[in-house]
Design a protein around this ligand. Structure first.
Ligand code: GLU
Length: 504
């Protein structure tokens, strides 16, 4: 039997997600329990969204939580490069192989033609993807267009009839009718591959034996199986893990729960507790123990014990487990070391002290003044959240638009945060000081304190966003309908859709 080889393949398009650590843990445990190899591959072919600092963030976050890998962009290995942007020539060669064996074709449709096609299909109430316009272009016409330098994409030629069976280890056989599968783009007009092509080519060339990934990729799997077939390769075994859920059963999302691994680090959770907690998601060990080390988890890991029931990610339970780690695994001296690794260190204090100094009369004034920077969560006095003459109903949407702003902010600096606050004030047509006041209380839990934007820079983006969401809850929340309407107006802002708070 061939050596077990598994991988995670995150895309560096944002703050590393707990879902990546979850997949990392199960892939790691599977590999280690079978003397296999665990690979980290960076899927950065989306040139507009991928950034190298997010890639570094992935390495750091996974190391923080305690995972290591045998092959990857940072450690090398026999199947590199492990960063897809460095493998583009390989994908082009493989796309050509599919053109040559008739499993793919050039498509010259312009964006305008595709838009018209979609409109026509919508008017005729036909569902589906590409209409196959370029599927059977005569060879001479294709040549002519290529020679002329017409832009093109390469599409997969999905057989018109028949079915594709996905074997998932946890779910059994899932049958897909081929007439429902789109002629997927494999190579884009910028000559970069899509996820599907790059993912399949790499899993094959890197000799991946088992693909353990999130359930959200299940609908892509028939396309992948078709690609394996088109290349004449054997597909790996597929294991689609249940998604992490919010306690209300919806998919874990940053609107309801912190999803960034860095949030848990900054908020003072212990990495071994978070990793342990992820090991309880959709899984129970044979001895039913809830608290375990990574080694223990690996020692009796059995992939077939994964259950498809909900993997509810509950912060309260994670907090409880972290508390057990603090109490049961530390003597005071070790715990003090953990504090130093966390925030009670020179680096943090030196960043924080300058803005605190002119607020101090005695040394003892420091700790109460900076408590909000060291607290996991803070309590709100709801009355304090609203500026004079404003109601709680008015402030919830303002908090939400601040959250929208901060979600898309990549550089977390005082100046950037200030710009976002100004934009929010413009959107609502509010005096800036009213918006600042709400944010101030949301971040610090009180009306007076050190400078707001500098404080938020030090607190960090994940923690600051979490405070906003908690303040929003304290203000009564928004409700789904209002949230949707506000999001639409927010997206359309600048196109004459500025709002007034009263409209809520
Ligand atoms: N790049 C995909 C992601 O971001 C990989 C999915 C897969 O594992 O196939 O998760």
């Amino acid at each position: 039997m061939s050596t077990v080889k598994v991988r995670i393949a995150p895309s560096p398009t944002g703050s590393p997600h707990v879902g990546t650590a979850y997949m990392g843990l199960f892939n790691y445990a599977f590999a280690r329990s079978r003397n296999g190899k665990f690979i980290l591959r960076i899927e950065d072919t989306d040139q507009t969204r991928s950034r190298s600092e997010y890639e570094t963030g992935i390495f750091n976050a996974l190391h923080w939580i305690g995972l290591t890998w045998d092959e990857g962009p940072d450690v090398g290995g026999p199947n590199g490069p492990y960063r897809q942007s460095e493998r583009t020539e390989l994908y082009r060669t493989h796309a050509r192989m599919l053109l040559d064996n008739g499993s793919a074709y050039h498509c010259f449709c312009t964006p305008q033609r595709l838009a018209e096609m979609r409109e026509r299909m919508a008017a005729e109430k036909i569902s589906g993807g590409y209409d196959g316009h370029c599927r059977n272009l005569p060879e001479t016409e294709v040549r002519e267009k290529l020679d002329r330098g017409d832009p093109f994409v390469i599409r997969m030629k999905v057989p018109e009839s028949g079915e594709c069976v996905v074997h998932d280890r946890l779910r059994g056989e899932i049958r897909y009718q081929l007439d429902g599968i789109d002629d997927q783009i494999l190579l884009k007009s910028d000559r970069f591959p899509t996820y599907h092509l790059a993912n399949v080519v790499d899993d094959h060339l890197m000799q991946i034996t088992h693909v353990i990934r999130g359930e959200e990729w299940l609908p892509s799997t028939p396309k992948h199986i078709l690609l394996y077939r088109a290349f004449g390769w054997d597909p790996p075994e597929f294991i689609h893990m249940p998604l992490l859920l919010n306690p209300d059963g919806s998919k874990l999302s940053k609107r309801k729960n912190p999803t960034a691994i860095d949030y848990y680090r900054d908020a003072g959770y212990l990495p071994e507790a978070l990793l342990n907690y992820l090991g309880l998601m959709s899984y129970s060990r044979p001895n039913q123990e809830e608290k375990f080390t990574l080694e223990e988890f690996v020692s009796d890991f059995d992939i077939d014990r994964i259950s498809l029931g909900g993997a509810v990610f509950d912060l309260k339970k994670l907090k409880w487990l972290t508390g057990r780690y603090i109490r049961e695994n530390h003597l005071p001296d070790d715990l003090w070391n953990r504090y130093k690794q966390w925030r009670l260190n020179d680096g943090f204090l030196v960043r924080m002290l300058p803005m605190m100094m002119n607020r101090l009369q005695t040394l003892g004034d420091l700790i109460p003044a900076c408590a909000f920077l060291l607290a996991t969560d803070i309590e709100y006095e709801t009355e304090l959240l609203k500026p004079q003459n404003r109601s709680l109903e008015e402030i919830a949407p303002v908090l939400q638009t601040l959250a929208f702003q901060f979600e898309t902010r990549s550089e977390w600096t005082a100046a950037g945060i200030e710009r976002d606050v100004n934009e929010t004030a413009r959107f609502w047509n509010w005096p800036i000081r009213d918006v600042t006041r709400i944010l101030f209380v949301a971040v610090m839990g009180r009306e007076i304190g050190p400078p707001l934007f500098e404080s938020m820079e030090i607190l960090g983006s994940n923690m600051s966003r979490r405070r906003l969401m908690n303040a929003l809850d304290a203000a009564g929340g928004l409700g789904r309908k209002k949230l949707k309407a506000l999001e639409k107006r927010w997206i359309e802002r600048g196109r004459g859709a500025e709002a007034t708070a009263e409209e809520n």
